[in-house]
Design a protein around this ligand. Structure first.
Ligand SMILES: *Cc1c(COP(=O)(O)O)cnc(C)c1O
Length: 369
């Protein structure tokens, strides 16, 4: 049966590609220089400057950015890297690709980011501690970096930031990705800005930058000089051309996400759902607007019937995935969150009417269902 209505569903993400992106890609196609070249270098320095970092190393995606950053920070076989179990699987996979093993601490129930107290007790419980901290700024909300970097310096271990969801977020005025030793971004289409597929490593550390750059380019130190083993994790000029234009738009994208979030807070203030909590002195980039309900699955079905897409990020913490069944982990806060969180549309392309529909549908469920 076909439906009679032409009304479109309200999507959870809707990447914006304008005429400028198309023109920039066409310029690259006409230049004939399609792989990594000058446009990538321009994007790297522009993104690094935006991020208050000395170096930017563009990569093929966010996962390879994480892999390169960990490797460049000296992580390898036999090491342990502490991270959050409440993240996209790529965070933990990148640790394992280096030969290291992930160790999971629990999260804070309000911010969904690593709980510094749990990080501290987890490190203390391990003979030999951990070799690095991989911090995720989940949903675009900066993690508690002051406490986490203090713990890291106490144990003299590097801090790697997974800022794949947090382009444009700030912590005490500083952009995320510039707060630890090395930061990583993803430019997948659903993220705050896109290059199709793509990623970026940012750092102030010259040595980490040099190692990351070698690692993503066959371990190359000169054209046919290969100092160490490396991958081809390079970005293309085509992707970088999209990225340069998207970077120009990023401040507006984040502004619009934040405005939509304020509308949602306002419209839902009398509902019983737990709303996101924006930490003081941070700018949440609202990659997701994630609410919490103990009737999450029914709520998701209701929104679906209303023509509204929503997302569960993530239905299973990493340590509950079959690929991680060899680890024994105690993270009850993350496990409970995984059963209750629901992200509703907040992306910059939402119209006022669509935002209103989202609020109305949520209010209706809360009042009558
Ligand atoms: C998207 C994402 C990644 C991986 O990025 P890709 O570009 O998809 O490889 C890593 N970590 C987090 C938290 C992400 O959201």
């Amino acid at each position: 049966m076909t439906t009679t209505t032409t009304q479109e569903r309200i999507a959870i993400a809707n990447p914006y590609i304008g005429t400028e992106e198309k023109a920039a890609v066409e310029d690259v196609l006409e230049s004939g220089s399609l792989a990594s070249g000058e446009v990538v270098e321009q994007f790297e320095s522009e993104f690094a400057a935006f991020n208050h970092s000395a170096h930017g190393i563009a990569t093929s995606n966010g996962t390879t950015a994480l892999h390169a950053a960990l490797e460049a920070a000296g992580i390898g076989e036999g090491d342990r890297v502490l991270t959050t179990p409440f993240t996209f699987i790529a965070t933990a996979n990148a640790i394992r690709f280096t030969g290291a093993e992930p160790v999971f601490a629990d999260i804070d129930p309000q911010t969904y980011n690593l709980d510094p107290q749990s990080v501290e007790t987890t490190i203390q419980s391990l003979d030999g501690g951990v070799d690095a901290l991989l911090v995720v700024h989940l949903y675009g909300q900066p993690a508690s970096m002051e406490q986490l970097t203090a713990i890291a310096s106490q144990y003299d271990i590097p801090v790697i930031e997974d800022a794949a969801q947090a382009h444009g977020a700030t912590y005490h005025g500083q952009p995320v990705g510039s707060l630890g030793d090395v930061g990583c971004f993803s430019f997948y289409p659903t993220k705050n800005m896109t290059t199709g597929e793509g990623g970026m490593v940012v750092t102030d550390d010259d040595e980490i930058a040099a190692r990351a750059r070698q690692f993503i380019d066959h371990g190359r130190s000169d054209r046919y000089e290969h100092e160490r083993l490396g991958h081809n994790f390079r970005m293309t000029n085509i992707a970088a051309a999209i990225g340069r234009t998207q970077l120009q738009r990023l401040p507006l994208f984040v502004h619009e996400r934040r405005q939509n979030a304020m509308e949602l807070y306002d419209g839902l203030r009398d509902c019983s759902f737990t709303l996101p909590k924006e930490s003081p002195r941070t700018t949440h980039a609202y990659h997701q607007f994630t609410i919490r309900s103990n009737r999450r699955d029914a709520l998701k079905t209701h929104l679906d019937e209303f023509g509204i897409d929503s997302g569960v990020y993530y239905p299973k913490p990493v340590h509950k995935q079959p690929a991680y069944s060899h680890l024994s982990v105690n993270a009850p806060v993350a496990e409970k969150a995984a059963s209750e969180v629901l992200s509703v549309p907040v992306h910059p392309q939402l119209s006022d009417e669509e935002l209103h529909t989202v609020i109305t549908a949520l209010e209706y469920f809360d009042s009558y269902l």
